[in-house]
Design a protein around this ligand. Structure first.
Ligand code: BV8
Ligand code: ZN
Length: 235
């Protein structure tokens, strides 16, 4: 039984959105931070003191993620973009799965595993080579993964665009986030202030669950299939 479609829809995604693609989440069972201490492998001080160790971890992640593919849930989001007026994807993920599924309007709050920048000369590079063939820029400095690590400031333009989309939406669907990393975790609250309907897709409750009007306690692909049926979105 279908119900009225949202006019301005935001999908707010975290690592759980990519779990069924085989990309490890960060916390919980099999979480990547259980295996790797981010203070040694994924933060600016580590990059400055031991770039080789940081690159060993990030080449491992590139190889891991390049073997993964989007699942039907990503395709529902892509179909929603094609069939509804205004759809924005705001993701905390760095894996590029939404883009692989064809999503175009993706705001990456925490950057991307596939983008690099050189802090010495400002050069940038984008590509999915796994592992990265040369760890250094033409100028000789190590490439820095263009990822927002803990302690890094988020890109202001991305934050502003995300806050604008979320602040103007009439429905926000949060998918697969533990809602513990700031400032991303508080962004969905901007939708609540605007009177939007908030739906949380997560097998587990989170510290933000009380702010949501509806909780779909199951995996992203199945819950998104239910939303597609509800809003007559065809894959
Ligand atoms: C900043 C990229 C300031 C890197 C990441 C004390 C209190 C409050 C804040 C802080 C504090 N101490 C420090 C801080 C700030 C810190 C922070 O929030 N820490 C937290 C942990 C306490 N934040 C920062 O450092 C941020 N920067 O504050 O800068 C500043 C300002 C000016 C100038 C300089 C500095 C930067 C935060 C971004 C860090 N980067 N990742 C990398 O990947 O290497 S964090 C990492 O966590 C990922 O980005 C991830 O997206 C993010 C959130 O995790 P989730 O996506 O939610 O994933 P998680 O594994 O946690 O949960 C998965 C969920 O999916 C679960 O709920 C599970 O139930 C569910 N699930 C599982 N399977 C499925 C599923 N759901 C659906 N379907 C399934 N099949
Ligand atoms: Zn350079």
């Amino acid at each position: 039984m279908s119900s009225p479609r949202p006019q301005r829809l935001v999908f707010f995604t975290g690592a759980g959105m990519s779990a069924e693609s085989g990309v490890p989440t960060f916390r919980g069972k099999g979480g990547i931070w259980k295996e790797y201490d981010y203070e040694r492998y994924a933060c600016q001080p580590a990059f400055e003191t031991n770039p080789e160790a940081v690159w060993e971890f990030h080449n491992y992640r590139r190889q891991l993620v390049s073997a993964c593919a989007p699942h039907d849930g990503h395709r529902v989001i892509r179909a929603a973009e094609q069939q509804l007026e205004h759809v924005t994807v705001v993701t905390q993920n760095i894996d590029g799965m939404h883009q692989l599924a064809g999503s175009e309007a993706v705001l990456e709050l925490h950057g991307s595993l596939w983008r690099l920048r050189c802090e010495a000369c400002g050069a940038t590079h984008e590509g999915r080579e796994s592992p990265l063939s040369s760890l250094t820029c033409d100028c000789g400095a190590y490439w820095r993964p263009a990822i927002v690590w803990f302690g890094d400031a988020l890109d202001t333009a991305t934050i502003q665009a995300s806050a604008e989309a979320i602040g103007q939406c009439d429905c926000l669907v949060s998918i697969g986030t533990s809602a513990v990393v700031y400032p991303a975790a508080q962004l969905p609250l901007l939708a609540e202030r605007n009177g939007a309907r908030l739906i949380e897709i997560n097998p587990e409750p989170t510290p933000m669950s009380d702010a949501y009007h509806e909780h779909m306690r199951g995996p992203a692909s199945e819950m998104l299939a239910q939303l597609a049926a509800r809003w007559d979105i065809e894959l």
